[in-house]
Ligand binder design. Structure first.
Ligand code: ATP
Ligand code: FE2
Length: 320
């Protein structure tokens, strides 16, 4: 059985294909705005422009034909309306033309499922960290429950905003990570954890004021140490509370090796395990949508529209 998945929630347009649940193609392209943040209409234009080429590349990589596709999955949300519409339209076109069944996938749950698959950890606490999202998640009673989350912006978004102020192009995550390696001085930054939730706007204001006055290396280093400590503290609390003994970090920011190191230290100290997901599946990709659509393929879905504010904990998980 072949399942094709389309990712189009934000900057990235991705097409993945799984054969009987194993990834056989994963093609993508990410819009990188020259300056400033993302403009939804520009993201959609990027996706429309690249969709045919990426579809063909994925199909060729898989060594199949369009008509071989049994199921086509797409990201229903959360995301930007114009960008989401592209994935929706492409999926429905493929369905009409080639008879594939359409499956709507929650983007956040796709990040979680691909992480479970590639770490082999069945029931971990999951730290989902990306541009738009920052959530600590556990599975309970047929749903992925959000145990803690950001009260304002996502951690990736914070990193990108600070990077932009330091003159780095989007996405700033890998550049800040690199720069932080040469940081020597720890600058005390606001540490903001409220119950299980974290908050980043105070950090944004504070760090904006010290850019230019402190060395970029030290700012990057201090920023990473502080925000990752907050995230790992919230994750540890969720593990203790839910009595779960494994941790998985997923989403674009999971590409950061310092964050993974800190997760590993925390887990080791409490006799728990943490495993890293392959880099290819950390950021947005079509394979995670295809894989999650594969898991969902046997269930009926009433609503196949786009859901810009689709929440992780509203999805009933029937395959676990
Ligand atoms: P979502 O809809 O899940 O919020 P997204 O649109 O933000 O997804 P992702 O690809 O999941 O897309 O995440 C992108 C984010 O990951 C960007 O903010 C980017 O700076 C960040 N990122 C990428 N690599 C690293 C890294 N090495 N260290 C820190 N952050 C990183
Ligand atoms: Fe994402």
């Amino acid at each position: 059985m072949y399942v094709l998945g389309i990712e189009s929630t934000a900057h990235t347009f991705g097409v993945g294909i799984v054969k009987d649940g194993e990834v056989i193609a994963n093609e993508r392209d990410t819009l990188k705005p020259a300056q400033g943040g993302i403009i939804p209409r520009e993201a959609a234009a990027h996706h429309y422009r690249l969709a045919p080429m990426l579809l063909k590349a994925a199909i060729d990589k898989a060594g199949i034909k369009m008509k071989d596709i049994d199921v086509v999955g797409f990201s229903q949300g959360p995301g930007l309306i114009p960008a989401l519409k592209v994935g929706y339209q492409v999926a429905h076109l493929i369905s009409e033309k080639y008879g594939a069944k359409v499956v709507g996938v929650n983007h956040c749950i796709a990040h979680l499922e691909i992480a479970r698959k590639y770490t082999g950890l069945e029931d971990p606490v999951m730290l989902y960290v990306s541009g738009g999202n920052t959530q600590v998640i556990t599975y309970q009673g047929g749903r992925y429950l959000v145990f803690g989350e950001t009260q304002d912006i996502g951690v990736g978004n914070l990193i990108d905003k600070i990077g932009r102020k330091m003159g780095m192009p989007f996405p700033a995550g890998p550049k800040i990570e690199n720069m932080a390696r040469s940081g020597r001085k720890y600058i005390k930054l606001p540490y903001s954890i409220k119950g299980m939730d974290v908050s980043f706007t105070g950090m944004e204001t504070f760090v904006s004021r010290i850019i230019g006055r402190e060395k970029s290396e030290d700012v990057s280093f201090s920023l990473q140490e502080t925000i990752f400590a907050m995230l790992i503290e919230a994750s540890e609390r969720a593990m203790a509370y839910c009595r779960k003994d494994s941790l998985v970090i997923t989403g674009g920011v999971a590409a950061n090796s310092r964050l993974n190191d800190m997760g590993e230290v925390m887990c080791r100290e409490r006799g728990a395990v943490s495993k890293r997901i392959p880099l290819e599946y950390a950021g947005d990709n079509g394979a995670m949508i295809a894989y999650t659509a594969y898991l969902m393929k046997d269930y009926r879905q009433r609503d196949l529209t786009i859901k810009p504010r689709y929440r992780t904990d509203t999805v009933e998980i029937k395959y676990r």
